[in-house]
Structures are given as C-alpha cells and as structure tokens.
Ligand binder design. Structure first.
Ligand code: AMP
Length: 415
C-alpha cells in the first residue's frame, strides 16, 4: 500500500514512523514533511492547504490512502478534494471538521447529542461578553470561536484580561470553568463504528507546575494510572458514539480521528473540546504504545469497514514525550538555530526523536524552524522508566535557547 501523509509536525512524524514500520506499507510519502520525516518518507513540497494540489499529488503517486494530519487542511476541505478524486482519505470533510473549526458548532452538536459539556454563551459584542462573564463568575474561560492552533483559549481570574481577550476575537464562546484533571481520548471512526484508542494526558502550559501561557502542548504521557476504571467505555457510550451518531444524523458524517478533550470534574466527565484530528503531542505517546499495524486501521476508517477490524493490541508499558521548544515560544519563537545531539539522543535505543518544527540546512544540518522543535519520545515498563529515558535523551540534545518542561508525567509517575 502506498500512503501519503499530509502535514509537517511531530504528529505527522509519529504517524510516518508507525506507518514506516507497517509491513503493508510499500511506499511512504509526506507533504510537506520536515527534516525528521524525510528520513522515513519521501517528502514533497506541496501547499498542504490546497486540496487540488494534494489530490493531484496523491493521484500522481498512486496513493491507496491519504492521511491528513493537521486541522487547517481539514477545515480547508483537503479531505473532500482527495475523496472527490476517488482516493480513500483518513480525515473528515470540511463540514464535519467544523466540530473543531467552530467551538459554537461543537456546542450545538453536543447539545443535540446530549453530550455533557460546560454551559456556555456565544458572544459577539463586549456587552454580551461582560454579561456572560458575570453569569459564570471567576475563573473565566474565554475561547476564540475559530481555529487558533491551541492558543485561542484564555483561562483567568482577571476580569479585565478576560474582556480584553473577548474584544480581540470576532466571536467568542464564554463558558463555565471545569475543575478536575484533563484526559485526551482519541477515537477512530468511519462515521458509524467508533474505536477508542488509549487515553493520554497532555501539558498545555509553557512552564513547570502548569504556569505560563497556553501552548500547543509541551509533553504527554500514556497510560493514566490514576484514571478511573471504565473511563474509556463510559466516554465511548456518553460522548464519542452519540457525537458520531449526531453528526451522521445531521448529514455531516464524520470519519477520521475524533479527539475528545475531557475534564473529570467533581460532577462527572465533561467535554472541554473536540478536535477533528490526532492531537499533538498525545499522538506521539499513543502511537508509541499501539502494537496493531497502523495502515489497515486508518484505511478501515477511510473505507467504512471499521466494524470488521480486529480489536486493537496495545503495549502494556508506558510512553512519555517531552517537547523541546525554541526560545521565545509561544509568543515569539526564534528559528534557524542548529540542533545538535540528535543521533546521541537515540543511541541507546530507549528513546526516539520526532521532529516538530525542523528543516534541513544547506550543509545538511538540522535547523529549528518553528515554535515546537522536537518531541522526544520514549517507552518503558512504567511511566517512571519511560520518563527517565525521555529526559536522558533530552539532555543529550542542544538547541540554543531551547526550552522544555521538566515535570512531564512526574505526578503520575510518582503517585
Ligand atoms: P481548548 O483549546 O478548548 O482545549 O482549551 C485549552 C485549554 O484551556 C484546555 O486544555 C484547558 O486546560 C483549558 N480550558 C478550556 N476550557 C476550559 C473550561 N471550561 N474550564 C477549565 N479549563 C478550560
């Protein structure tokens, strides 16, 4: 099977790494890719937001499956263009990707499906925003309605800051604050059948101790030893299946990866958000534990045959990923710096380095090219061992001004 992956971050590197280890995959391509992906796939310089270009590339390559990684191409209709060309694609239509592309749409779907989530108001004026903030009280949660690369949400007890964020967005969703630990649960779906993956937890804040600004994600781990037994079954029954059924009922069938960001609150499990694609960096740890070869799973979702898939097999151990970000991330990341120690980080075989924002320089050296630069991933018998391996690898890497959190999976590993 020839497979084409769209995207160029660590999530796509994780997807490409798993696909490259799948004996069913005879050729692996990625567009646009990055310096790390180029080591396991043939990369193509394509505008990933241009559906016609992506479909033309898939046809030229004779791809049997196209996997769309990031949200922006999905919302731009890239999966629709590939599907229209008659090629199986893993990823929802633009209409169904509105589940992530518009928080207001997601709230409406959840209301229709009876899925538990935070109470909320959609506001377009300062007066509406002020009224909604006061209805819920502090801490305030203000979300840009559109896509914002994980940076459109402000959670603060400062009413003025909450109002300022609302004023900087065209349309906002203001909602009640959800307490309790967060869980990311991914599910693969063909629009009817839903197959949940293993839960993971990510770390959204830039600094240790969950301080600093929200980011795209600074690390993740799986499994969650502290999670209540039966959590996955409960979420499948109360969140994932009803949402997929509701979208089908509305005529916006959703196939691909449905990501539920959940809060386990004192009043029960609530959806914080949906994403329409694999989450980054949780994908790095979830795929590190998946034993079932990936291509057939994604193809079954793309072709509506998930009900025939054998149950997924999982590594009983743990996986941890630590994101190395550039100086100034998330506000003003500095790029173009050489990265050293990549081979040394992988030398003892306990960790692997997934590239997020990298490019190959003129002399073949690897250079930083984005805010999140690397996602250093390791497995182990348990979280403590996986953490040890991941941080030992991080220590062997040097990037001028590079930053990472030192407490990824720490609480879960020592609990
Ligand atoms: P989102 O982009 O919706 O995932 O929000 C980013 C982060 O903001 C989440 O991972 C949470 O940590 C936080 N957050 C979002 N909504 C809420 C909420 N209603 N209550 C508490 N924290 C929230």
């Amino acid at each position: 099977m020839k497979v084409l992956v769209i995207g160029g971050g660590a999530r796509e590197h994780a997807l490409c790494r798993s696909l490259s280890q799948d004996p069913a995959v005879t050729e692996l391509h990625c567009a646009p890719g990055n310096a790390g992906i180029a080591q396991v796939a043939t990369v193509h310089p394509v505008d990933q937001l241009d559906g016609a270009q992506v479909a033309a590339l898939a046809e030229r390559l004779g791809a049997a499956l196209v996997v769309v990684g990031p949200e922006a191409p999905l919302v731009a209709g890239v999966a629709d263009a590939v599907r229209a060309a008659g090629i199986p694609v893993f990823g929802p239509s633009a209409a169904a990707a509105q589940l992530e592309g518009s928080k207001a749409f997601a709230k409406d779907v959840m209301a229709g499906a009876g899925v538990p989530t935070a109470r909320s108001y959609v506001c377009t004026t300062a007066a509406e925003a002020a009224e909604a903030l006061d209805a819920f009280g502090a801490p305030y949660v203000v979300k840009d309605d559109g896509l914002a690369a994980g940076k459109g949400v402000v959670v603060t007890s400062d009413r003025a800051a909450a109002l300022a964020h609302a004023a900087s967005c065209e349309r906002v969703v203001i909602e009640e604050y959800l307490d309790g630990p967060e869980v990311s649960l991914f599910a693969i779906t063909d629009g009817t059948t839903v197959v949940p993956l293993q839960p993971a937890q990510d770390f959204k804040r830039a600094l240790d101790g969950d301080e600093g600004p929200n980011t795209g994600g600074m690390g993740a781990y799986s499994p969650l030893p502290w999670a209540p037994a039966g959590l996955v079954e409960e979420v499948l029954e109360t969140v994932l299946q009803p949402t997929v059924d509701e979208l089908r009922r509305r005529g916006t069938e959703f196939s691909g990866l449905l990501y539920a960001g959940l809060a386990l609150t004192s009043r029960g499990t609530r959806v914080i958000e949906f994403n329409a694609r694999f989450g980054d960096p949780e994908t790095q740890v979830v795929l590190a534990r998946l034993r079932t070869p990936l291509a057939a799973v994604l193809l079954a979702a793309a072709t509506g045959t998930l009900d025939q898939l054998e149950p997924l097999r999982w590594d009983e151990g743990a996986a941890v990923t630590v994101v190395v970000a550039s100086e100034g991330y998330p506000a003003a990341p500095r790029t173009g710096d050489p990265i050293e120690g990549l081979a040394e980080a992988e030398a003892d075989g306990t960790a692997f380095v997934l590239h997020a924002g990298t490019k190959t320089g003129e002399e073949g050296q690897v250079l930083s090219a984005g805010g999140r630069v690397l996602s250093v991933t390791a497995t182990g018998a348990d979280l403590a061992e996986a953490r040890g391996h991941a941080y030992a690898a991080v220590d062997r890497i040097s990037l001028k001004g590079g930053q990472h959190r030192t407490d990824i999976a720490l609480k879960a590993a020592t609990a």
